[in-house]
Design a protein. Sequence first.
Length: 275
Amino acid sequence: MRGHLELWLGLSFLLVTGGLVAVGCVWLPTDPLAMGDERLLPPSLGHPMGTDWFGRDVLARVLVGGRVSLAAALAAVALGAGVGTGLGGLAGYQGGLLEELLMRGADLLLAFPPLLLALLLATVLGPGPWGIVIAIAVFNVPYFSRLTRGCLVSLREREFVLAAQALGAGGLHILGRHILPHLVSPLLVQLTVSLGGALLAEAAFSYLGLGTPPPTPSWGRMLKEAQSYFHLSPWPAVFPGLFIALTVLGLNLVGDGLRDLLDPQLRGLSGRLPR
């Protein structure tokens, strides 16, 4: 019951924020870069989220900024998950020296400060979203590799795997037919949690000026730019911050709900709890 509640609540949050951003991909109330004389206005019918210090519509900028922030987070997690899952699968199935080398490399990445890595990549690649995407992706690689490797280590000695080996099944057949289906649930949960972390990281890097350069908005950059005018009008900071909070909260709730629903041990435990 708790897993269903968290899942539906998280999906509701994501439907609101993601749905509005999706609408912004095909329709915007006004040009997000157009300046005007109506500056620092509170929310109204003409400007549902108010205007900023240049007279730009905050709603239009939030929708475009969400497109930029979510695209960067999705690209980073997809890249990190793909590389990490592949390396973790290779380490967990092959074992031996290769497993030790790959896992120690993952430990080294976890020990490296992500902000320092982002600064380094931003210096090498120049300003823009790609340095941030690569930095967040590299930071996600060890999480997916360690998760995949741990699942494979626990599965490769299971009876159904040993039975398939005894029947003469090849390594690729065993991996694709008998092992990979068991990895879907934990990887799906890790994906949702990593997306929330990636969105927060992208907002933090953009706040520090390492993300998409102006005038293109992103949620983190909007928070940075609104900081100087917060005492005059809080709305240019409130709405991008609210969208970040709701989206991250929704992703975390979806991850927790999926974990409770898909993890057989948690399902068995919940069934034994006293009523």
